[in-house]
Design a protein around this ligand. Sequence first.
Ligand code: S3P
Length: 443
Amino acid sequence: MDAIISPAHHPLRGTLTVPPDKAICHRAVLLAAAAEGETDIRPWPSAEDCQRTLHLVQQLGVSVAASPEAARIRGAGPEGLRAPGPDLFCGESGTTLRLAAGLLAGQPFSARLTAGPSLSRRPMRRIVEPLTRMGARIEAAASAETGEEMRPPLTVHGRRPLRALRYELPVASAQVKSAILLAGVWADGPTTVIEPQATRDHTERMLRHYGARVRREGRAVTVEPSPLRSPGPLVLPGDFSSAAFLLVAAACVPGSRMTLQGVGLNPTRIRLLEILQRMGAAVRWTVTEASWEPRGTVELEAGPLQGLVLEAADVPGLIDELPILMVAAACARGTTRLQGLGELRVKETDRVRSMVVALGRLGLRIRLGAAEGVELEGGRLRGAVVDSAGDHRTAMSLAVAGLVADGATTVRGVECVAKSFPEFFDFLRRAAGSPTVKTVDKG
Ligand code: S3P
């Protein structure tokens, strides 16, 4: 499917509620599966990735009643998960695969995690190493390119109890931290992960919500081996990472004003809001519900944007928003320097490359810079044919860029938005008007 985006001829307006948070949903499902009691998770996200996690726990013998609105999961309890028959296919969902590996490491059976083509190329040594040190045995595929990095499929031979671990993460990664913390639930003592920089803390919050003892001291997070108990119904907040595309669209089209309601405002996820403020947009956010995951309202009014320098330390707080931040920088006056983007190169695609190539085709002066960085000069974009490279966040970022380019922009291969935000083009049409946003099925 292609998207054909025309320049936005009027300001974007709207009060929107984005779909539920995918990252929080994965955690809710995995912990519900291993907990005592029944958990009702709603609203249920239509994101493909969440479906992968739900199907995976079903294959572990967990009873699930699913409808388009909700998933009701009857927890198997500490001894209740069962060895799956067939492989556990994770599609392109890295969070499903890495977090499930942590959960499986502590189960007394073996399971094989398989992946789609893009996820099959992504690095897994980062989870294999700590989980192996905890006592699990994991077989991984070798990369055809380098012959050494560990890739999916992963066969996890679990062990119970695991050995407690104190582990310093070599890269700031919430997925790796989460895999270790989930394994730590079945360890023989407290397990500590030390992060180089704070990453999203959804797993810590969710573990606490299910009754686990988790504490943070500075950069160190510790989980105690704990029984898990369902907290009852879980209402997911809106996904901030989906909201980000709409917020930047509004920040880039002059005169726009947008309100998002019920969106997740976890402080470890919303660095983009501070960055957009620093760049010159008027952004206000209010927590209306300070529950296990805070949520509330974001209001944004467009203003003249100014380029900025982003330090590597800022990256974990907006890891999934970096592609769309490049679009905001394209709309800004002056130079923007983004540094420390190494982790962006091992996402669904090398997002540094896919964004540099595509924004370059749209006429932007953009190049790879020092310190694993990108440097770009804000300026006028001109419509062109660009490629999503099969990456959902690249596809959505380029569609937003199309709104501010002169002439029509065609984004090739946009069906990948289904991974996280299948309703994205409907939302963009609601904000920018139907004639501006068209999708064409290529059959
Ligand atoms: C995620 C963590 C991040 C992020 C991904 C989801 C999570 O990945 O990019 O989309 O839910 O824990 P890394 O841990 O690889 O940085």
